[in-house]
Ligand binder design. Structure first.
Ligand code: ADP
Length: 468
């Protein structure tokens, strides 16, 4: 089975969120599962600075290898398009030429496989940045012998980002105007690249079974629920995994002290260090709550904002790491100054993220919607109890703690209301106070395994099905 995996971000070369993590680890697991895989991604400044050794293939691509199993990766080059500070935006503003940039990426990816004579059985595309690949295969390239047999799998990592552009940009795609129609790529008078991906790919996946159902509803379908319902027989939810080697408290660099599941004392040291770094009272008895993520309403920031005053009155400490919408930055900066038990770091910092996973007792993800979410799985590994809303992949991975039966793996709340989040946090504080119970819970979640092994097998099976 030969697969080309295309993604606009691949950690450690580029990452704005979970897509980068997934694209940096799933291909490695697929290779281990026996798939002959090659990865393609843009050559951003961050990739060029990453220190990866590459060889030039031609005037638009270089090749390297990454990960412990030397997975092959191609970087599509273009100084004008990709040598920029951000991946998609700067200072909260999208680059105006994003359609042009990712059209180029899709076209060159298809050109590359021909130039290197790699005819994959399947091209696995991810999110709107790669959505033109299936469109081109079924339209402009459908008669070209080289491409005729290639099947496509398209994964939706977040339906909230669709790659919507003005009608005037449509000609840049090189597609026939016939496709600028309600049944195809047109969406309320604009071009919607994701819609193209959803319509032209042979199979669709998204990153959890619950999210696969949710996106077919008006509430979470982001306007594309009709398209998704039409294609429901081709849509499957496969939960993401995490790279257990990367997210390992025993080996990850940058912690105050590495620790093993059997020795949670190491976790306490990380907590005390984190409390110091935040300027909090260094006290192991106070539950330390962590948040790492994009500062967007999707992540529940609008639930958190109204209860920050109440949290200041509770025996807890809250550390937030994230970047995102300017209004959330303003609020969190002000709150950080005002309250001595809340501290926000408004930056992207993988080292600090690891220290928060390791140093916090509770990790909150009060998301409005969450396709899969990686934070909760990472926090399991680090022994930080996830507190999540019952949605998408969070619903599929976290089981609410039951005080009677003493079962469960975290704290789960249902309603998207500030009061519900506050109640769950209070529940967490009480649970934390019961040291014995807490330690049992921590030791249980650290044993959970959300590695890529099973999801990689599911993808391999899907590739087999689609090529059959
Ligand atoms: P999403 O893809 O919606 O942003 P996920 O939970 O799937 O959310 O993945 C987020 C990933 O990005 C996690 O690995 C998280 O640790 C990381 N991350 C998010 N924000 C930051 C930040 N400010 N600094 C460091 N890592 C971050």
């Amino acid at each position: 089975m030969k697969v080309l995996f295309c993604s606009s971000e691949v950690a450690p070369f580029s990452k704005t969120g979970g897509l980068g993590d997934v694209s940096g680890s799933l291909p490695l697991a697929l290779k281990e599962a026996g798939v002959r895989i090659k990865v393609v991604t843009p050559s951003y400044s961050s990739a060029q600075k990453s220190g990866i050794k590459t060889e030039t293939i031609n005037d638009y691509a270089v090749r390297g290898r990454f990960g412990p199993n030397n997975t092959e990766i191609f970087f599509i080059r273009n100084q004008d398009y990709f040598k920029r500070k951000g991946l998609y935006q700067e200072q909260g503003k999208d680059y105006p030429d994003n359609l042009e940039r990712f059209t180029y990426f899709c076209r060159q990816t298809l050109q590359l496989i021909k130039d290197i004579d790699f005819q994959p059985d399947v091209i696995h595309c991810n999110d709107w940045q790669t959505a033109l690949i299936p469109v081109y295969l079924k339209t402009l390239l459908r008669r070209e012998y080289f491409y005729r047999k290639i099947k496509t799998v398209f994964t939706i990592h977040n339906l909230g980002y669709q790659g919507v552009f003005g009608r005037d940009q449509f000609p840049l795609t090189g597609l026939d105007w016939d496709l600028f129609a309600l049944d195809w790529l047109e969406y309320y008078g604009k071009v919607n690249l994701l819609k193209g991906g959803l319509l032209f790919s042979d199979r669709l996946t998204t990153v959890s079974p619950t999210y696969a159902r949710e996106i077919q509803t008006e509430l979470l379908g982001c306007g594309l629920q009709g398209v998704l319902r039409k294609r429901r027989n081709d849509l499957k939810g496969i939960i993401n995994g995490i790279d257990n080697r990367e997210w390992d408290p025993q080996h990850i660099s940058g912690l105050a002290r590495n620790y093993r599941q059997q020795r949670p004392a190491g976790k306490q040291e990380n907590k005390l260090e984190l409390q110091k770094q935040c300027g909090f009272v260094p006290d192991r008895k106070i539950p330390l709550i962590g948040f790492v993520g994009r500062l967007a309403d999707q992540k529940g920031l609008d639930l958190l904002a109204p209860i920050l005053g109440a949290l200041n009155q509770l025996p807890l400490q809250l550390v937030i790491l994230g970047t995102g919408e300017p209004r959330h930055h303003r609020l969190l900066r002000a709150v950080s100054r005002k309250y001595d038990n809340i501290r926000a770091f408004l930056k992207f910092d993988s080292g600090l993220a690891a220290r928060i996973y390791a140093g916090s007792d509770i990790f909150i993800m009060p998301s409005r919607y969450e396709p899969c979410g990686l934070g909760q799985m990472i926090s399991f590994r680090f022994g930080s109890v996830p507190l999540v809303r019952n949605t998408g992949g969070l619903a599929d991975t976290v089981i609410d703690f039951d005080p009677m039966r003493k079962t469960g793996t975290g704290l789960v709340f249902d309603h998207y209301e500030p009061g519900a989040l506050l109640e769950a946090i209070k529940r967490g504080i009480c649970l934390y106070a019961d040291r014995k119970q807490w330690e049992v819970l921590v030791s249980r979640i650290m044993k959970l395994n959300f590695s890529w092994e099973k999801p990689a097998r599911d993808y391999r099976q899907l590739y087999r099905d689609v090529t059959r």
